[in-house]
Design a protein around this ligand. Sequence first.
Ligand code: NAI
Length: 465
Amino acid sequence: MKKVTKICCIGAGYVGGPTMSVIASQCPEIKVTVVDINAERINQWNDSNLDNLPVYEPGLSEIVATTRGKNLFFSTEVDKAIDEAEIIFISVNTPTKTYGKGKGQAADLKFIELCARNIARVAKNDKIVVEKSTLPVRTASAIKSILDNTGNGVAFEILSNPEFLAEGTAIEDLLKADRVLIGGDETASGKEAKNTLSAIYEHWLPKERILQTNVWSSELSKLVANAFLAQRVSSINSISALCEKTDANVAEVSRAIGYDSRIGSKFLNSSVGFGGSCFQKDILNLVYIASSFGLQEVADYWEQVIIMNDYQKRRFAENIISTLYNTVSGKKIVFFGWAFKKDTNDTRESAAIYVADALLEERAEIVVYDPKVSEKQIYADLDYLNTRTPEENRRLLKVTKQPIEAIQDAHAIAILTEWDEFKNYDWSEIFKNMLKPAFVFDGRRLLDKESMTELGFNYYKIGES
Ligand code: NAI
């Protein structure tokens, strides 16, 4: 089996950064170089102040502190890193296509193809190329075709090694992975490449948790895993709407069904809707793949997961408007949270963006507080929707780092991210400073209904009447 001394990862994002940091910390004899074409991002990874890393994850800065400059390096020198490495991970973004065939559903593979062409141009000796990005089924064969036809006659083995980490718990997920999936060819050289990659993970994970499959199963498994997870959220969210119309409580229903070991208790929390860069994009991709094979019923089935998620976000916004006497125009509504979940600064597809957009359409005046998300990011998220001009977004929505001061004279608070700190706020003080009646719309089921009602709030919690 090949002895690995140098690996590189193309893409220093939410996956590439944490994944490679953990590999570097667990494999001190391997030099790990993470490269990106985004120089600003690389500068942030190299910032001496660890608070400025581009990705916030609990435990990440501690790992970077002990490995960076020793066997972990962040660089914009893509060609040099490719040239040196025996294994190249591709961890670039694979967003939903916004143009052409498959627009709005298929994965945009232009960044992947650029990487493949770059590797083909630079590589002078045999390489193992690892798809870490989430990719449609059969992408490996496209990568292989580019590498074999435009390369310098060197041998490439393509592996699929999808990443299952969840943002917010990335380091924990990487260190204690339920499983690692490695897909590759069944040829002798394919098997050897799988074993070579497996040996890296075996530094810290038991071998029986490292699953080897063929490359297509591996690619498809990642899409299916995300589709199943998102489906659970949409399933319980659909029931939350029913609970609100009856006297059932969604938490009690979740608990009751979760005790059934066939169902299990995880991922059954109702909320304002799932976000994040992956669930929606990967399901849309699955929908696209199914319909392109003529499997319309399969495509429709999975699309419903997204439809339900959009409904949940819309329902939350509409409930705010109708509860506030059918008008939010000129009313100050404070958002607690903007990130798509707690313990991350990632806002991609966050429910907060869509709820804000719906309320701004009704001329609400929103003030946003999030402990980890920057003002620049919040405005970028809103501007991206193109619903109104950037000037109007800045006029109607303000960003603050002072949540308690922000609630002065507010009509309502909407909890959009489940940051722990919100639980510890002095809610009786908050109540005093708000306009009355004071409304709290808890999209994360974070607070206790009884105590909030006792304090005097008109408190709405998703999934309870
Ligand atoms: P990201 O957008 O945070 O990072 C991707 C990085 O790749 C960017 O910094 C970009 O500048 C860089 N890049 C793009 N093209 C490049 C090129 N030709 N050369 C060098 N650098 C290039 O994306 P993220 O979230 O890290 O996701 C990466 C992949 O991992 C996606 O396919 C995603 O679906 C998958 N994934 C993401 C998870 C998540 O929680 N974010 C979890 C599991 C998988």
